[in-house]
Design a protein around this ligand. Structure first.
Ligand code: SF4
Length: 437
């Protein structure tokens, strides 16, 4: 871990962060796993005069299943859902009395997200943090000393996949990936298109054009001829044209006459499954039930959080969503560009599946924002609704350590999603939903 201290850091200059002590990251129902070493270190502190009741039993709870990163325990919570170490003024008692260094690595690390790539360690931020979502704080370049210190203790640095696939069975090099990522970032930030259309242009590039270029290259290699075109060469030409030809195709795509919301069923089911820990049979039963309701656009669903009342799906789908106000547009572009820069989605799932998942999660974000507005009897989504839904996405999906299970442990969910992802109407149905344009 120490060896990471001197590695090149790749820092985004479009996000900022400083802790504003809201205590928000130490509350709510997300799982904070603690490593054994941190548990022992914290128990050895002299709590006598601070809180003599702090013991293993009172402070830590075993997790039902260990996390993929190996942690077997989480913090105990107070009745209002806060970590037992959080005091009434929203200060961490470990930090307050003994300093930053004694805190468990997971607490030191939030909201940073690290990924090791062939060019250095990419440092991303989690938008589950309110200061990050509000763009309140210092540029990451000013926090390099702090970042290096956190990084040196990290045991959860993700690795850029060695065998990256553009499409199942079709490999892609780091250089090709970098070019594709840079191209997607140009497209997503280009304000000549609405944000939804920009995502559609990205879909055409990542899901269709890049694949066709690569296939031309592979076929030529198989016959021993020089390829008429290569993935890199084709993308360079598109970049010279500022991706106008791709944007033009996206502009001419029409919304399907029937908008389907089926794709939401696996994601909503995953949320309930990870919250309530159903059996495998329970998962399948609920998946089909939810699939039926989302397909019809009607039915009653359980609330997102345990304490929430039920959701009337038909009413939620009638809430208006627009990505065209300057504030919403600005927030969406910065957030989704950061998701791409951070590499927390596309490479870890393979580019085709990763980009389709990104589109689905954008659709889920819209739906969750509508749920927020519906709960407050409003018929239009606000920027705050969108920010709240981004927080859920970050906590429960994109940066959730268990989210990859959706594509590994539960083949039914995976198969259902993969079948939807290859339909031609899939991306337009989500991105050109007339409630959003
Ligand atoms: S230990 Fe401190 S920083 Fe970590 S969750 Fe608890 S209160 Fe927050």
């Amino acid at each position: 871990m120490e060896e990471n201290r001197n590695k090149t850091l790749i820092l985004s200059d479009e996000v900022v962060y400083s802790c504003h002590s809201s205590g928000d990251c130490c509350r709510h129902d997300w799982i904070i796993g603690i490593d054994d070493e941190s548990i022992q270190r914290v128990l050895k502190l002299d709590w006598k005069d601070i809180n003599p009741d702090f013991t293993v039993k009172s402070c830590y709870k075993p997790l039902l299943n260990p996390l993929p990163t190996g942690e077997k325990f989480t913090f105990s919570r107070t009745d209002c859902g806060a970590c037992v170490f959080l005091d009434g003024q929203n200060y961490c008692q470990m930090h307050n009395h003994f300093g930053f260094d004694v805190k468990p690595q997971v607490c030191k690390e939030f909201p940073y997200y690290f990924m090791e790539t062939p060019e250095g360690i990419v440092v991303g931020l989690s938008f589950a943090c309110g200061s990050v979502r509000a763009f309140k704080g210092s540029p990451l370049a000013d926090k390099e000393v702090e970042i290096r210190k956190v990084l040196s203790g990290s045991y959860r640095i993700r690795k850029f996949p060695e065998n990256l696939e553009l499409y199942p069975g079709i490999a892609m090099s780091w250089e090709e990936y970098k070019y594709l990522e840079d191209s997607l970032l140009v497209i997503v930030k280009d304000k000549n298109q609405s944000f939804s259309r920009a995502l559609l242009s990205g879909h055409i590039l990542a899901g269709m054009v890049a694949l066709s270029l690569k296939q031309v290259e592979i076929q030529a290699q198989a016959t021993g001829e020089a390829p008429r075109e290569t993935l890199l060469g084709g993308m360079q030409k598109l970049q010279l044209d500022h991706f106008h030809s791709i944007q033009k195709i996206a502009e001419n795509i029409k919304a399907p006459t029937r908008i389907s919301h089926q794709y939401l069923a696996p994601y909503y089911t995953w949320l309930m499954f990870s919250r309530d820990e159903w059996s495998r049979l329970g998962l399948v039963w609920n998946l089909y039930r939810n699939y039926y309701k989302f397909n019809k656009g009607k039915g009653i669903l359980e609330g997102i959080a345990k304490e929430d009342s039920d959701i009337d799906l038909e009413k939620v789908l009638k809430v208006r969503y627009s990505d065209e106000t300057p504030e919403v547009d600005g927030f969406l572009r910065k957030y989704w560009a950061h998701v791409i820069f951070r590499k927390s989605l596309l490479p870890s799932m393979g580019i085709f599946r990763g980009y389709q998942t990104l589109i689905s999660l954008y659709g889920l974000m819209k739906w969750l924002a509508k749920v927020q507005a519906y709960r407050q009897n409003r018929n239009e989504v606000s920027l705050d609704d969108i920010k709240e839904s981004v927080k859920i996405l970050e906590q429960k999906y994109i940066l959730h350590s268990q989210f990859s299970k959706l594509f590994t442990l539960h083949p039914i969910l995976t198969q259902m999603l993969d079948r939807m992802y290859i339909r031609q109407s899939f991306a337009p149905s989500i991105l050109l939903d007339n409630q959003s344009n």
